[in-house]
Design a protein around this ligand. Structure first.
Ligand code: HEC
Length: 132
């Protein structure tokens, strides 16, 4: 992308509500993650009361992931990271997910995003919502 495209895209992204592409700094942050720890959070939650994600979303299997409870397996790592931050800071409003994301630490968010991104998407999984 040349400088002009970069500036134009940046402005468009700003107008679109801060939905900017991940910068190299974001990516570096996101990759400072431990997928094995993320798996533990997904199945057991955290000591400070974050519920196991799998109890609603499942890992990637067919049992859940219906209706609102989307499959998270195979979603893009940056997408997952950003959605959790969006819930946390109120950009994305949802009565169930906001308190969960708020109770998560930055490292928890990185770790679960890394974990779910390593999974294969479930067959029949719906595509993610448009990024916000
Ligand atoms: C009590 C049930 C419940 C639990 C536990 C739960 N979630 Fe959710 N989650 C939901 C619901 C319902 C939505 C749909 C929100 C919406 O429509 O905006 C959602 C949405 C999401 C999304 C957005 C998916 C998309 O397609 O954009 C992500 C990411 C997510 N949850 C991650 C997690 C993680 C990580 C955990 C564990 C730390 C977790 N959730 C635990 C119910 C839950």
């Amino acid at each position: 992308m040349n400088t002009l495209e970069f500036v134009v895209f940046g402005l468009l992204s700003a107008v679109a509500g801060g939905n900017r592409p991940a910068t190299p700094a974001d990516t570096a942050q996101i990759f400072a993650a431990d997928a094995a720890r993320g798996r533990q959070i997904a199945f057991q939650g955290t000591p400070n009361g974050v519920q196991a994600c799998a109890s609603c979303h499942n890992a990637s299997g067919p049992a859940r992931g219906q209706g609102e409870f989307r499959h998270l397996g195979g979603l893009n790592q940056t997408y997952l990271y950003r959605q959790l931050h969006n819930f946390r800071n109120g950009v994305r409003v949802h009565a169930t997910m906001q308190p969960i994301a708020k109770a998560m630490s930055e490292q928890n968010i990185r770790d679960v995003a890394a974990y779910y991104a390593t999974l294969r998407p479930a067959s029949g999984a719906r595509p993610p919502l448009p990024p916000r």
